[in-house]
Write a new protein. Sequence first.
Length: 272
Amino acid sequence: MSTSNPADDASRPAGPDVAPPSRGPLTGIKVIELATVLMAPYAGQMLGDLGADVIKVEPPSGDSNRFMNDGPHPQLSGIAINLHRNKKSIVLDLKRQPARDALVDLIAGADVLVTNFRPSALDEFGLQYGTFAARSPRLVYCEAHGFRTDSPDANDPAFDDTIQSLTGIPALSEEMGLDSRFPPFLLADKVAATAIVSGVLAALYERERSGLGQRVEVPMFDTVLAFNLTEHLARAAVPGGRVGYSRILTLNRGPHQTSDGWLALMPYTNRH
């Protein structure tokens, strides 16, 4: 992702009195990332790429993504190098009241909070939206969970494979005559992360007009279900329909091997 401004071109004068070009459209926006693993940290990474000042809050043991896969240091995996870029980091032991008080102050002075703590944990630490609504009315408070907070599953654990399974993604391979399987990437986490970014950006835009922040909720289950609905569940939504978009689920879909490499074909219409 990249952004540019016609005013930020190479012809501008250089010198000590000239302000450096903006890092991105979110320059000046402070984001607190109270999150772990991949979904919300990936959203924080994208907000940082857009210029936001992202402060990542980690427990003394560090975010678990620091230990996912290999990396140059035992506490810094390749995944973490990517997810933690463009961020500052602070360690707070939220089992201690002074650390919780410091976090409340940190969030209250920010523009955005992104968290994937379960609702029960937010309640336990006194970090519910109500804690900040009156004190920081301009705060965009975004909480992302496996399931909606008004559902009976609100506090159930949810990881990528969990949400993929519940939304029917592994079963799509059965429509191709194959065994049920997961795609080889963290689809649910990354789809939900893009929804977090979209929700935060929309809330910041609304704040420019109203002057007020708001609470944004991103449930992974509903987000990925909507993602799957676009093509594979669309026919199932009408009477007599079935799951699956046939063009994608045929085994004849490429790429196709040729004498000098692989060829991808995309005849989307008869004209093509």
